[in-house]
Design a protein around this ligand. Sequence first.
Ligand SMILES: C[S@@+](CC[C@H](N)C(=O)[O-])C[C@H]1O[C@@H](n2cnc3c(N)ncnc32)[C@H](O)[C@@H]1O
Length: 339
Amino acid sequence: MLATAAKIPPMFKSYGLAFPWPVYGPVAFASGEAPEHQHRPVLPEETLRFLAPKSGGVYVDGTLGEGGHAQPILDASAPDGVVLGIDRDPRSLAVAARRLGGYGRRARFAHGNYAEMTRIAAENGIAAADGILLDLGFSSRQVNSPGYGFSFQRDEPLDMRYDPVGVTAADLVNSLSERELADVIFQNGEERRSRAIARAVVNARPVNTTGQLADLVTRAVGGRRTGQHPATRTFQALRIAVNRELEHLETGLAQAQELLDIGGRLVVISYHSLEDRLVKGWMDHASATCICPPGLPVCVCEHTPTLRLVQRRIVRPTDAERASNPRSRSARLRVAERL
Ligand SMILES: C[S@@+](CC[C@H](N)C(=O)[O-])C[C@H]1O[C@@H](n2cnc3c(N)ncnc32)[C@H](O)[C@@H]1O
């Protein structure tokens, strides 16, 4: 039996969330075919240790997904801690709401972008947070489910949107100039063969499916590379561009800093070097006591740090987690505390 839109928990309605369900019909999984919770949260113990949830605390999970991190935060902040879960993907929110329905008003849901988290928090009566989590990118359910177009393992429309509104990956590959497409693939995918790939795509337009794109890229880069499908970087690049992920991450970090209470902590889990570089640069800048150019004899910047790095080094999954959850292999966690 398919889990359908008709089964949205009533609590969604109470938060006035508008879900454009008819656009994509049934939630894309069937009981017996794929379990409802397909995503295993990454670095769950470390996340909980750094956020150190307490009763009465207020937490924002800016990337709620299936609620895999939110649930232990709710448990650890019982009996009255609150988690506001934000996600751009209404399909993920529906899964999380079913999972967290038993927590009543302690679990709140918002369909939106973490880049707008201060506004979303205010709309939910939250002026300051004791902890904020950003677990970036996509979930296993999103990559495994049909309809998203994130995966080259299945031939389907080239979509790649978390939130099913606006520009798709097909729109991008069919409208950008060869030069623009090559730049997107190079900058967001760090793909050395970006020019050859862009040329192949432009010559084959229209390109409308994941299978078509994966084949074009494979031929353009000349077959399989060690350890990774040849289209991995191109797919990453387009997903980042379609969802404007790096732009939203930059805004989201600033919003998180604004929303955090003094002593509150921000935990960010990233999965590729572009994300991690941005998070590191931003945290280093916000926690620096001086941002003068190197070589000045005395400090003239009068920079006041707004964050303290809780861990100077990145936190990585243990060997045991990496072995049991392959998705965790590239994960890097950084954590900072609001001063
Ligand atoms: C890695 S998953 C989170 C998984 C979650 N921590 C769990 O354990 O179930 C990332 C989620 O962030 C969402 N997302 C991506 N960009 C977003 C953004 N700018 N604002 C809000 N949600 C976003 C995706 O739709 C996805 O559900």
